[in-house]
Design a protein around this ligand. Structure first.
Ligand code: URA
Length: 437
């Protein structure tokens, strides 16, 4: 069938056969389906949605557009975590070494920041020398030897997704459940995992602003993983305000090091412990979640997670001395506080606006091809429910070469100040799971 006919069928609301979805994806990778055709198809999916079988077909097609890494030589149950993206979400940095230190191998293929959301790869690259571009042979070796490797999507891993994601980014077709679910799961299923923990973000800083949409996304991804024989747990967690106190690449590494040293902000620690516990249970190292929580907490307190991160940094050619001396991380040349316009209580935070403010300072990308300034970002002083006096800083901008006025305005407007103290939002909202018993 011609690409034109498939686009037209989808546009008119038909359900496509899996083999037709596969043919379209294969044609796109081979270059016989043009960018403009695939963009039209993505927009048709955006408006018409996809059935469960179509979503499975799209995921399978993107998964098999590259290779599925074989990690069977690595003993143990390999478990990864994926977050759907947020602001200040640096959880992978303390989590991956902590889980590896507890004995569960973590093969982690991460992404870059885009728009208001940060990306693990950009954060890691703010560590001087750290490389995320490793050949798959090194990735396999490091997962075997260190229990963890943190790399980017290589050209072998779901290349159809790589191409389609870049296209969606410039055609306003990112925020669509079947496209997000198939994009995430095709990459995750290609990296050699046995099980997966999904952190599905909900709220002002997430792709999914509504809990009901996040539940649909979580369920779709759990079903996709389970359908391919993987155990998957999805936790819905709040992104109603930035996670932790620091947003920006080097700043987030700094905060992650605090967590790996047994300190750090409570929300980052809680998420690390909770998601880590899920991974240890899936990896059959912990008997239950309580046991998992205790093991992760111990690894953060006794230095074993920090030590593992040091070994990973060294193996990926980074300067592990940042762990003892975070001043070795890139630092912004100046800072600028953003004062509160009035006295009251923080009623709401537009976390997306805080992420955009960081991006305007150069800490994120407007386009996939942009480069990021690792030095810049935002220190968040106030959280929902906190009291603030007029003139007291809401945030401090860490400023590099660009964007200070626009970022200051965005950051100030991100905070709603009320007369009454609202309740603090719950961090953990819902849990779904699926896959073989
Ligand atoms: N992250 C991905 O990898 N893909 C999406 O579509 C959205 C977030």
């Amino acid at each position: 069938m011609r690409a034109y006919d498939l686009i037209k069928q989808k546009r008119d609301g038909s359900v496509l056969r899996s083999e037709d979805v596969r043919a379209l994806v294969d044609g796109y990778v081979a270059g016989t389906v043009a960018d403009y055709q695939m963009a039209a198809f993505a927009m048709a999916v955006f408006f018409r949605g996809m059935s469960r079988d179509e979503t499975v077909g799209l995921t399978q097609a993107m998964l098999h557009s590259g290779i599925v890494v074989d990690l069977s030589e690595v003993p143990g149950i390999k478990v990864d975590k994926h977050s759907t993206g947020g602001v200040g979400d640096k959880i992978s940095l303390p989590l991956a070494p902590a889980v590896a230190a507890c004995g569960v191998p973590v093969p982690m293929v991460s992404g870059r920041g885009l728009g208001h959301t940060g990306g693990t790869l950009d954060k890691l690259e703010s560590i001087p020398g750290f490389t995320v571009d490793l050949p798959l042979a090194d990735y396999r070796r490091l997962v075997r030897e260190l229990g963890c490797c943190l790399i980017g999507q290589t050209k072998e891993i779901a290349p159809a997704d790589k191409k389609l994601y870049a296209l969606r980014d410039v055609t306003a077709t990112v925020d669509c459940v079947p496209l997000i679910a198939s994009s995430i799961m095709s990459k995750k299923l290609a990296e050699g995992i046995d099980a997966l923990v999904l952190d599905v973000k909900v709220g002002s800083g997430a792709f999914m602003k509504q809990r009901s949409d996040a539940v649909v996304l979580a369920r779709t991804m759990v079903e996709l993983g389970a359908g391919m024989g993987k155990r998957v747990v999805a936790r819905l967690t709040s992104m109603e305000q930035p996670l932790g106190a620091l947003v920006g690449n080097a700043l987030e590494v700094r905060e992650s090091i605090e967590v790996l040293r047994g300190g750090g902000p409570p929300d980052i620690v809680e998420l690390t412990v909770e998601l880590g516990a899920e991974m240890l249970v899936l990896g059959q190292v912990a008997n239950d979640l309580d046991d998992g929580r205790a093991r992760i907490t111990t690894s953060l307190r006794d230095g074993s997670a920090l030590e593992r991160f040091g070994r990973i940094i060294e193996a990926q050619r980074g300067d592990r001395r940042v762990l003892d001396d975070p001043r070795r991380l890139p630092t912004a040349p100046r800072t600028q506080p953003v004062p509160a316009p009035r006295t009251g209580f923080i009623g709401a935070v537009d976390a997306e606006a805080v992420g955009v403010a960081s991006m305007l300072l150069g800490g994120g990308r407007q386009r996939a091809a942009d480069t990021v300034d690792p030095r810049v970002g935002i220190e968040v002083h106030k959280r929902i429910g906190d009291r603030v006096e007029a003139g007291e800083p809401l945030v401090t901008l860490h400023v590099g070469d660009v964007g200070v006025e626009a970022a200051a305005a965005r950051a100030r407007d991100a905070f709603r100040i009320d007369d009454a103290r609202p309740p603090a939002p719950a961090l953990f909202l819902e849990r779904l799971s699926g896959g073989p018993a």
